[in-house]
Design a protein around this ligand. Structure first.
Ligand code: MN
Length: 208
């Protein structure tokens, strides 16, 4: 089995300026994201070693490390592709229809997602996710990288509201960072994710 690896960004570090600086993007990708990749691989290796040596005494710590670091790796991998240089685009097609069906309108969705991002206490994420059970998009908050997460969700659009994501550019003013985020959402990526999630989970048996 291959180790997890840090994915390349689909754009240059400075491509999202002036909304997110190249300095933040480079640190965030090459240091923070890399640390989650390293941590996820280390946790899997520690679990393998624990099984091999019949010493499962530290299994709780390793499982927690795996959940946190693999969560961080997945979240950031999705987040990078959710962003693109500003185009002024809005959701179209099936994505636009799903947002209107689930949230009333694009503006209602945007206000809801913004409030969720602003409301995260401490470190976490605002997430638009496909609910495999309800077969609809819902908005959830993650605490840290993985807590407060119902099973069966497939993330579509994620916003990192850890301070490391914005402090160098926006200091403590998270509202300005969230407002900037809306300028650089790659709606075409979110649409592609919705199409795959809906197709792959239709008829998925989550409950008896
Ligand atoms: Mn981050």
């Amino acid at each position: 089995m291959a180790d997890y690896t840090l994915p390349e960004l689909p754009y240059d570090y400075a491509a999202l300026e002036p909304f997110i600086s190249g300095v933040i993007m480079e640190l965030h990708h090459s240091k923070h994201h890399q640390a989650y990749v390293t941590g996820a691989n280390a946790a899997l290796a520690a679990l393998a070693e624990a099984r091999e040596s019949d010493n499962l005494a530290s299994v709780n710590k390793f499982e927690k490390d795996l959940s946190f670091n693999l969560g961080g790796h997945i979240n950031h991998s999705i987040f990078w592709t959710n962003l693109a240089p500003a185009t002024g685009a809005r959701p179209e097609g099936e994505l636009a229809a799903a947002i209107t069906d689930s949230f009333g309108s694009f503006e209602k969705f945007q206000a809801h997602f913004t409030a969720v991002a602003m409301g995260v206490q401490g470190s976490g994420w605002a997430v638009l996710a496909w609910d495999s059970l309800g077969q609809r998009p819902i908005i959830v908050q993650f605490f840290d990288q993985q807590s407060n997460l119902p099973a069966g969700l497939i993330p579509l659009l994620m916003l990192d509201v850890w301070e490391h994501a914005y402090y160098l550019d926006y200091k403590n003013v998270r509202a300005d960072y969230v407002a900037a985020f809306w300028k650089i959402v790659n709606w075409s990526n979110v649409s592609d994710r919705l199409a795959v999630a809906a197709a792959q989970t239709a008829g998925l048996l989550l409950l008896p």
